[in-house]
Design a protein around this ligand. Sequence first.
Ligand code: PEP
Ligand code: CO
Length: 444
Amino acid sequence: MAEWTKTSWQNFEALQQPNWPDKKAYQKAVDTISLLPPLVFAGEIRALKQQLADVVEGKAFLLQGGDCAEDFTNCTAPAIRDTLKVILQMAVVLSYAGGKPVVKVGRMAGQYAKPRSADMETIDGVSLPSYRGDMVNASEFTEAARVPDPQRMVQGYHLSAATMNILRAFTRGGYAALERVHAWNNEFVKASPMGRNYERLGRHIDQALNFMRVIGIDTNAPQLNQASFYTSHEALLLGYEQALTRQDSITGDWYDCSAHMVWIGDRTRQLDGAHVEFLRGVLNPVGMKVGPKHDLEVIRQLIERINPENEPGRMTLITRFGKDIDKYLPGLIRMVKREGFKVVWSCDPMHGNTYTSESGYKTSNFNDILNEIQCFFEIHWAEGTIPGGVHFEMTGSNVTECIGGGRNIIDQNLAENYLTACDPRLNAEQSLELAFQIAEMIRT
Ligand code: PEP
Ligand code: CO
């Protein structure tokens, strides 16, 4: 293989790239970003990798979640706080009821670029370029909105920085302290059966904290008052990722400092493609989506290419098989076992379960999502491997995008608050419900 540099991906074919109409403006935007500060630091990236190495061994559990596509107009303190709150709630449920530390990773602070199954979208006979995420174009169905605008990458950088900043403040500044578990319960979830289950669990934690104080243990420890929270997104726009790829002054290693973890999508993981070339050279934890249309031998070579040293924590396989999980997962697990690859196994139960409802919305059914997770655990148990984590599209707001769950959203309800620009997300209550179910699985 030729030597890796942060630009060597440019010698390979990059799929799913926008057709930037103004090449000069594109270069200028990338150059601007390359001079701006990194969004995360190498030391933090290494800390996440260490925690993911614990997940490989079954000593911790990975919870990764957030929007399918973050929305520029949703970069507000309440929206970020609400999603963070649900992730913290889920993590508390998983760690308290499931009995394992939880590694929390948001699809946040940079999840602004989307791969699409078609280059064009046609509505009522009008064809326009597909929406590719807010960092590329706008989702409105007008010709002007759909033109890729490289200035959006610069804006995406700044909004990622703003998101990162408030996430750091919330997680380090006392908001994530365990004595505030009750404050993370959303008003509209509180009265639901899930919200009440959660309140009960919160009371147990209060009692445990009180007991610690009574017997003289210092409850000011950072473990009780701060949360480690990491960011992630799909590394899709390689010019943007390259611009934020920096050499660590301590080790001389290269890191993609746009997020702690980056992943490669099911549509861009070609062995001879630019995305794989780029990701093999940065030392971040890397996720790889694996859907039904995979070739086992290609996956084997991809893991070898991206993680040649077989470093635990470097590689997370995010499987997204939908109803056919029992057809595909056992074979994949056996190949990985045979090769001795050290990977985190994570289940994305969202992308293999979407369909168009009768009323015309792209949706998923809560039961299908739960079923895929259940099968994921059972198959790993049967194969003797570790079901290490889950990957969700979810939000803290009260959306109606997925059917089912405790409040039993039906097709007719989808129109009430369907806000996603891309795939359907679990709402706060549905997310919490899943966390309780998964906690049961982790405990066994
Ligand atoms: C996604 O995670 O939003 C996505 C596009 O996933 P996949 O690559 O698995 O289709
Ligand atoms: Co999605």
